[in-house]
Design a protein. Structure first.
Length: 233
């Protein structure tokens, strides 16, 4: 009986030895950027490492090869006042465009020769978070363009994810646009969304090529009122 058991153990050992001659398949470990909030910066991204780990069985021992270098994950873009807080700034450049905007943000429709009538207000009623949100009302015409010219160039070849919370008085279409600041005004990413009276987060991706960029929120409907809050890149 002992002889038979030893024979079976020897056969099992031989089988394991033969199996160890074949490499195990590579295992890919991937990470995602997860968004988390802090009191000082909304939309902060923490990045998990993306690595490729290959396992091989040689002589019955498992060895781990060195991981590939981690891929870069976009850091939060330095938006000015992404939560639309602070002392309201009065618009005075165009007689047809009036009201107040949050520090760091501005109207970008004064160039339109059709002279749309737009009213802005830093609204403290029902913000998404904090003390206020930005209200934009198109009273006449077919264009209202609002946004921020970003303070530093986008990284070459980097994908950015842009998010914003918006709502409207009634169903309204607006476009979220990541665009070159100057001519020829190339668009690096955009998304057309339909707003509702409830706060909703909208996201889109954009690739830039090292250019100076602007983040714009555009409506081209005849009339409408909408609000924006808590923007992040």
């Amino acid at each position: 009986m002992w002889s038979a058991s030893l024979s079976r153990l020897s056969a099992s050992a031989n089988s394991l030895s033969r199996l160890s001659a074949y490499p195990l398949p590579a295992i890919r470990l991937t990470g995602r950027c997860r968004r988390k909030r802090t009191p000082s910066m909304r939309g902060f991204r923490s990045c998990a490492v993306l690595a490729l780990v290959a396992l091989s069985a040689i002589g019955g021992a498992v060895r781990v090869r060195a991981a590939d270098p981690p891929l870069a994950c976009a850091q939060p873009f330095p938006l000015t006042n992404p939560g639309f807080e602070g002392q309201a700034q009065t618009l005075a450049d165009c007689p047809n465009i009036k009201g107040t905007v949050a520090p760091g943000w501005n109207d970008n429709t004064c160039w339109d020769t059709t002279k749309p009538r737009i009213r802005y207000a830093l609204d403290t009623e029902l913000p998404h978070s904090g003390a206020s949100s930005q209200r934009i009302q198109l009273r006449r015409g077919s264009l209202a363009q609002f946004g921020q010219f970003l303070s530093q160039p986008a990284a070459l070849g980097q994908q950015y994810t842009i998010s914003a919370w918006l709502r409207s008085k009634r169903p309204t279409f607006v476009s979220l646009v990541l665009r070159e600041q100057g001519a020829p005004y190339r668009t690096f990413g955009s998304k057309l969304v339909q707003l509702t009276p409830s706060w909703t987060r909208y996201d889109f991706d954009g690739f830039a090529d090292g250019a100076e960029v602007a983040l714009l929120i555009v409506t081209n409907q005849r009339r409408g009122t909408f609000w924006v809050d808590d923007v992040a890149i």
